[in-house]
Ligand binder design. Structure first.
Ligand SMILES: NC(=O)c1ccc[n+]([C@@H]2O[C@H](COP(=O)([O-])OP(=O)(O)OC[C@H]3O[C@@H](n4cnc5c(N)ncnc54)[C@H](O)[C@@H]3O)[C@@H](O)[C@H]2O)c1
Length: 252
């Protein structure tokens, strides 16, 4: 999609699942790719794939809750690819626990990664966008923040923070040529979903049939398509949006 060409895109949690699909789609659209993942080894195959597409690519070992990791990764990206134009805040953890069992440590860990990580990664690259007077920030939130989700109070609350972050930052940086949007996925077939598959009543198929109007599970590419659009020139008049790519599970 026009607009990603020759831009540098950082994708957090880009080694697997939705993030890996996002890396592929942005590379297809002409961006150079920085994969920031705490499991950077898992990105090796993807690095080779993107390089074979003729794009520059770097994988950095980053825990998005650690500022030192982020600072080192920004330096590596500047040295190897250049200033950042596109940031996809996708890395997150999604633990489940009954509310009464959630400890303050559980709460902090979820917020440190899912919400504070979004803040720190964004702050680390936004100067590049301000200088260029062009930027695209796309945050992957969750439909759980829209609908609520039992046994995921901490997760859903952390993703609600991401939606509020999106709208607030969009107001602050719109005049600088930077758009900030978020996509809340619902039921996307990745390792995260596979790990809870057995516990869903009726399995994935039963869950999909009873909750998703389009009657199929989401694929990482469904989300990556929307990210590619929001990263493109064509989306320049859209900011602060919550773009629900969820097969209709939650309708705004
Ligand atoms: N899959 C779904 O159905 C679904 C639904 C709602 C929201 N989401 C959101 O979509 C995003 C991607 O989900 P997914 O299903 O692809 O997940 P996934 O577990 O398949 O992949 C997540 C990636 O992020 C990395 N990661 C996790 N914590 C990290 C950290 N602290 N620092 C750096 N990297 C880290 C992992 O190593 C992995 O490569 C997440 O924000 C998730 O909350 C997914």
């Amino acid at each position: 999609m026009k607009g990603s060409t020759n831009k540098v895109a950082v994708v957090t949690g880009g080694a697997a699942g939705i993030g890996a699909a996002v890396c592929r789609f942005l590379a297809r659209d002409g961006a150079d790719i920085a994969i920031w993942d705490w499991n950077a080894d898992a990105a090796q195959g993807l690095v080779e794939e993107i390089a074979a597409m003729g794009r520059k690519v770097v994988a950095c070992k980053v825990d998005v809750s650690r500022q030192h990791d982020i600072e080192s990764a920004v330096k590596a990206v500047h040295d190897q690819l250049g200033p950042v134009g596109i940031l996809v805040n996708n890395a997150a953890i999604s633990p489940e626990k009954d509310f009464v069992d959630i400890t303050p440590e559980d709460w902090d860990r979820v917020f440190d990664i899912n919400t504070k990580g979004v803040f720190m990664c964004t702050q680390a690259v936004i100067d590049d966008m301000i200088t260029a007077r062009w930027g695209r920030i796309i945050n992957i939130s969750s439909s759980s923040a829209q609908s609520g989700a039992r046994r995921m109070v901490h997760y859903a609350a952390s993703k609600g923070g991401v939606i509020a972050f999106t709208k607030s930052l969009a107001q602050e940086v719109g005049a600088l040529g930077i758009t900030v949007n978020n996509i809340p996925p619902s039921t996307v077939y990745t390792a995260g979903l596979q790990s809870v598959e057995a516990r869903l009543p009726g399995g994935i198929e039963g869950y999909v049939n009873s909750t998703i109007p389009v009657k199929r599970v989401g694929q990482p590419e469904d989300i990556a398509n929307a990210v590619a659009f929001l990263a493109s020139e064509a989306s320049g008049y859209i900011t602060g949006l919550t773009l629900s790519v969820n097969g209709g599970r939650y309708m705004q």
